[in-house]
Design a protein around this ligand. Structure first.
Ligand code: FEO
Length: 410
């Protein structure tokens, strides 16, 4: 079905068309793709898949905002063709050049819409050309908004939320923010809107997304939120996951809290173990923390993915990392987690390393060095046991847990 809305106004779109199309606002359509199967998004485990959201704005002029990851090109094209002939698209907006959003841009422009003017930030122009070769691009320095007739697309650069090129597009007539990576979640779902999915899953995935994508960029995200202060928004359409059309104040408030690094009375223990000694220490510390009524989550780093651990760390006060010593070094699953956490730079945490060794030791000190480099304030801790913990050493680990909990409650 090929429908050009410039010939058939919105109010005449028949019921069948309304049924198959996802319309956010009058003349604003979702034309993206759902990726039900992805489980690794550049090192982040995506338990529930994701979506690549493209949006088509149809007014006197027509604009496509963002495209989809390259393997989903045909899906995007089919959705676009259900609404308009791509040869009639006037603009292609690239809010962000990472390939999950730009992967279909060059091909779509070349094969279907060579007449369309591509608009990106100056950084976006460089990145798109590096990825896809020479393509004519108008930068937002030259064009800070686009008038479609009845709709205006205003471009707001939000550098480093997620890459230097990142921007958001705002449509004042619709109070609609096309926020690209910000406010995203990695969820594949049949429903496209936030009131159509399980609320607990949505809350968890929004948090996990922030922790693993935006945590180290909190200042930039904070500047982006500042830039949007006073802007009248009643719908936020990110480029991953569901569109926020209900209770958008709640997700805005969560972002304000995450950007500020607000924490709860909660401890995360991340550990791995060779012969259960470090595991016994981890469990003893957790018991001590629990005895003081403070919440504690324990993650074995072979059994659990680092990105799930980081989601728990986002709102925790304290982080404790345990490692056995292997060849005078940190046990590799723990070393991998520490490298990941160091890149994400969690805010407002204190913590300590603990562990076990046979004869030479060394892992605990190295763990604490990495935690310090991740920005975690290190508290004194001497939980480091040779071979198997004695009853006294088990008790010392329990007592250390009590001390951590009391420090949280100070
Ligand atoms: Fe969803 Fe930074 O790309």
């Amino acid at each position: 079905m090929n429908l050009d809305n410039r010939e058939l106004p919105f109010y005449r779109v028949d019921r069948w068309i309304e049924h198959i199309m996802i319309q956010l606002k009058e003349g604003v359509y979702w034309v993206g793709a759902v990726d039900w199967d992805i489980r690794n998004f550049h090192g982040y485990i995506t338990h529930r898949g994701t979506t690549y959201n493209s949006y088509l704005l149809v007014s006197d002029k027509i604009a496509l905002v963002d495209t989809v990851k390259a393997p989903f090109y045909d899906t995007m094209l089919r959705h676009i063709k259900e609404i308009v002939d791509p040869a009639k698209i006037d603009y292609i907006i690239s809010n962000h050049a990472e390939p999950d959003h730009s992967g279909s841009l060059a091909r779509f422009h070349k094969e279907e819409a060579p007449q369309a003017e591509i608009i990106a930030t100056a950084h976006g122009e460089k990145i798109i050309k590096k990825y896809y070769g020479e393509i004519p691009i108008t930068t937002t320095r030259e064009m800070s908004d686009v008038k479609l007739g009845g709709k205006t697309l205003k471009f707001v650069p939000v550098p480093m939320a997620h890459w230097p090129d990142s921007m958001v597009s705002y449509i004042p007539e619709d109070k609609l923010l096309l926020s690209n990576d910000a406010f995203g979640q990695h969820i594949a779902s049949a429903g496209r809107f936030n009131d159509q999915v399980d609320q607990d899953e949505l809350g968890q995935e929004a948090l996990t997304y922030y922790a693993n994508i935006l945590m180290p960029l909190g200042r930039s995200v904070g500047r982006a939120l500042k830039a949007l202060e006073g802007v009248d928004i009643d719908m936020i359409a990110p480029s991953h996951g569901v569109i926020w059309r209900k209770d958008i104040g709640d997700i805005m408030a969560k972002y304000v809290s995450w950007v500020a690094g607000e924490t709860k009375e909660k401890v995360v223990i991340a550990y791995d173990s060779m012969w259960q000694s470090t595991q016994n220490m981890a469990y003893a510390i957790a018991e001590g923390i629990g005895s003081e009524g403070v919440d504690c989550k324990v993650f074995n780093l072979t059994a659990r993915h680092r990105s799930d651990v980081m989601a728990a760390i986002q709102e925790a006060n304290a982080v404790l990392v345990g490692s056995p010593t292997l060849n005078n070094n940190i046990f590799p699953p723990v070393a991998s987690f520490l490298a990941y956490m160091r890149g994400l730079k969690p805010m407002n945490k204190f913590g300590a390393g603990f562990g076990s060794y046979g004869w030479a030791g060394g892992a605990k000190k190295l763990v604490e060095e990495q935690m310090h480099l991740a920005g975690i304030e290190i508290m004194e801790c001497d939980i480091d046991t040779a071979f198997k913990p004695t009853d006294d050493e088990w008790q010392a680990a329990y007592d250390f847990g009590v001390k951590v909990a009391k420090k949280i409650k100070e």
